[in-house]
Design a protein around this ligand. Structure first.
Ligand code: ADP
Ligand code: SF4
Length: 686
């Protein structure tokens, strides 16, 4: 197939300084959680993006000196760091794409725990967060030193083979941004005061970088043109615009966004595709240089409109390129319906924030390209001519059936209900989670193309049914149900007084139950469900108190960068949020709660409780089959496996990954081997 000529503008080459990008798809810098600890896995992942058609593929931020030491990202402190980065550039260029590197000095943002160097800032201040470390004010010799380090890093980046070298002033993470922002820069010398003075370091870094490597490399500037902080920060109507005007022609490429990370990587719960346009669309009018911008773009029509209307020259993507590394190729090949759209959940971001190779809800192969040899588009052909029964069409079952089908196995997918998608089909009806439906939609679209996969709705399977299904292998993907007794992290035993008032679970709420108010939502799960259920019930007009033993609502969402917005929204909606509080007993018309520090109890009025604590695997079918080894052997079933939430309830991303792994490894010999490649630290000479 070839592309619809309508999309031709997205495939026009464009010049960036001394380089030419082959099309308008630009993977902007994004973290991966792999960084310097997983250089090969990271390089291969970037190479796969290039293979998938992104004309420019960037690294994450790369720190240039131990005084701005970001432990989990890549680094380019001196020549010793070149080989790992050279491999990234090489794998990107092998597919005809340009390799970009984002140089950074993190200023006051990092405590330099590894290097123990004192952090630096335009003006003295504590470092970001809660660590008991202060950054010192930079003097003129420090500024000269930063310029020297940046220049040397640019030269080393060129030596490593990069085509584009970034000067980074985004996300409130980078020193030039700290100089620009009035709230960080209270200097009285030529680097402080007026905007022209505050922009001096940025100008100097742009000049230095051009001077050092501009003959062979393009120089990009990443600038946050709005920090969404109002007058305390840079705004697209105020200083953001002035800065762009001031240095408009200095970079070869503008990469513009909003700051900080929680605004730039806004989740689908809080914003739609294109959410950055109101802030960034002015940039093109002030510069003749190409402009890249982001906004979780997954719709080719939207992308086309942006390029045609001259809002952007490049469609920038971090998350959409993680969810589908082959997005550009699919447009180019006229396979738009094959695009696996990002759902805007930020599980990828959480992986990085937890210093682990990032995972993606939509793309189970993310970070596994080299570690497990999982390509996002290609699978090995089937190892045996077998028929596989998959029971349950949630994310795990759908992904297992899809992967097996793609490999050429004969697959029967049996689902008890009419609706397909399992928990996703239910959860996407909760406030703000509509985009999650894409997990199901994409898989159903792919399954429809596979003649070797048969789908059976309204087919609740018993052990007898499985034995009679004439399959060689059965995968049990029957999901999980929320517990109603309060057992979870905090409570190992059922909460007292369960019979004294209606007790519901998120499953009941998703089934449409409206509990009698006032409702106490007890969240001992700490991801999205407690907050979302509280929001849904509040929107239905009920009085809600959210009780959680954690010190904030939906505590895990700190890692997905949503926590502040979630708690803010609950408060705005009128949900009473009681943190550091446990639910200890139920009484008639009242719930007994306790401070987690003092154990002091008190009672609050409650007409019902919704328990959001933990889920129990729905594994009764699996257990029933395990009790019949002889019948399984007689039926010719060589293996029964539990996958997804039926094995252990968790993230949707984990269920998808589990289904994918089952599909990939169905014909693999059982083994005690580690199962994935590691990058071993080379022992240094003593
Ligand atoms: P996961 O996240 O692991 O994919 P889900 O809970 O999303 O799990 O999906 C499990 C699916 O399995 C649900 O759609 C449910 O209706 C279905 N299911 C559960 N038990 C059976 C069964 N015995 N036969 C067929 N389908 C089942
Ligand atoms: Fe998108 Fe979620 Fe995948 Fe991140 S993890 S790329 S937000 S689908």
């Amino acid at each position: 197939m070839s592309r619809d000529p309508r999309f031709d503008p997205l495939f026009e080459p464009i010049r960036i300084g001394p380089k030419v990008a082959r099309n308008r798809f630009f993977q902007v810098p994004h973290c991966t959680g792999m960084g310097r600890w997983w250089p090969t896995a990271s390089a291969v992942m970037r190479g796969v993006k290039a293979e998938g058609g992104w004309a420019v593929v960037s690294t994450e931020q790369c720190d240039i000196h131990p005084t701005g030491n970001v432990m989990r990202q890549i680094r380019l402190w001196d020549e010793q760091d070149i080989p790992a980065l050279a491999r990234t550039a090489e794998l990107i260029q092998a597919h005809g794409s340009l390799a970009a590197i984002e140089l950074v000095h993190n200023g006051y943002k990092m405590a330099n725990l590894e290097s123990r160097e004192i952090p630096m800032a335009p003006s003295a201040r504590p470092v970001y967060g809660i660590l008991p470390v202060a950054a010192r004010a930079m003097d003129r010799s420090d500024i000269k030193a930063v310029r020297r380090w940046h220049r040397q890093a640019a030269l080393n980046a060129r030596k490593a083979g990069f085509d584009i070298v970034y000067v980074y002033a985004g996300h409130d993470l980078a020193l030039p941004m700290h100089f620009l922002a009035r709230r960080h820069n209270q200097r009285t010398d030529e680097y402080g005061g007026s905007l022209a003075n505050r922009a001096r370091l940025l100008r100097e870094l742009l000049e230095d970088t051009h001077d050092a490597v501009g003959d062979r490399c393009a120089v990009a500037l990443r600038l946050a043109v709005d920090e969404l902080l109002g007058p305390d920060g840079i705004t697209s109507e105020g200083e953001g615009r002035e800065i762009v005007a001031m240095v408009a022609e200095m970079p070869d490429l503008w990469d513009v966004n909003v700051s900080a990370g929680e605004n730039d990587s806004l989740t689908a719960r809080f914003g739609d595709e294109g959410f950055q346009e109101p802030y960034t669309s002015f940039v093109k009018s002030l510069t003749s240089k190409p402009v890249v911008g982001v906004g979780r773009y997954t719709s080719p029509d939207r992308m086309l409109a942006l390029v045609k209307k001259g809002v952007l020259d490049f469609i920038g993507a971090a998350r959409p390129s993680i969810a589908d590394p082959f997005l550009p190729r699919k447009i180019e090949e006229g396979r738009i319906e094959d695009i696996r759209e990002c759902i805007g959940c930020n599980i990828c971001v959480a992986g990085n924030n937890l210093s682990s190779p990032m995972r993606c809800t939509q793309n189970p192969t993310m970070s596994e390209e080299w570690r497990r040899d999982w390509h996002p588009e290609r699978v090995p052909p089937r190892g045996r001519d077998e028929k596989v029964l998959v029971v349950g069409a949630g994310p795990a079952g759908l992904e297992a059936a899809r992967t097996l089908g793609q490999r050429g196995y004969r697959v029967m997918l049996a689902e008890a209900g009419r609706d397909l998608g399992g928990r996703v089909a239910r959860e996407c009806r909760l406030p703000g989670l509509a985009a999650w439906r894409r997990v199901t939609d994409w898989r159903l679209g792919q399954l429809a193309k596979l003649a070797n996969v048969e789908l059976f709705r309204e087919s609740r399977m018993t052990a007898e049914d499985v034995l009679q299904a004439e399959c060689d292998v059965a995968a049990i993907a029957t999901g999980a149900r929320w517990r109603a007794d309060g057992v979870g992290r905090r409570h190992s035993f059922a909460i007292d007084g369960l019979g004294l008032m209606p007790v519901l679970t998120p499953d009941d709420i998703m089934d449409g139950a409206l509990p009698p108010g006032p409702v106490l939502v007890y969240d001992d799960d700490h991801y999205y469900m407690g907050g979302v259920v509280a929001e849904a019930l509040r929107r239905a007009g009920l009085a809600i108190t959210l009780v959680t033993p954690e010190s904030m609502a939906s505590a895990f969402t700190q890692f997905t960068l949503e926590q502040a917005r979630i708690q803010g929204r609950l408060i705005e909606l009128g949900v009473a949020v009681l943190t550091a509080t446990d639910l200890v007993a139920l009484h008639k018309g009242e719930a007994e709660i306790a401070c987690v520090y003092t154990s002091r109890t008190r009672r609050i009025e409650a007409g019902s409780v919704v328990m959001v604590t933990t889920q129990t695997p729905e594994d009764s079918l699996y257990m029933a089959l395990m009790e019949k080894p002889d019948a399984l052997a007689a039926a010719g079933i060589r293996r029964v496996a539990r996958i997804g939430d039926a094995l252990a309830p968790g993230l949707i991303a984990a269920a998808v990954w589990s289904g994918h792994r089952f599909g990939r490894e169905i014909d693999r010999q059982e083994s005690d081997a580690v199962g994935f490649r590691r990058e071993n630290v080379e022992l240094a000479a003593l």
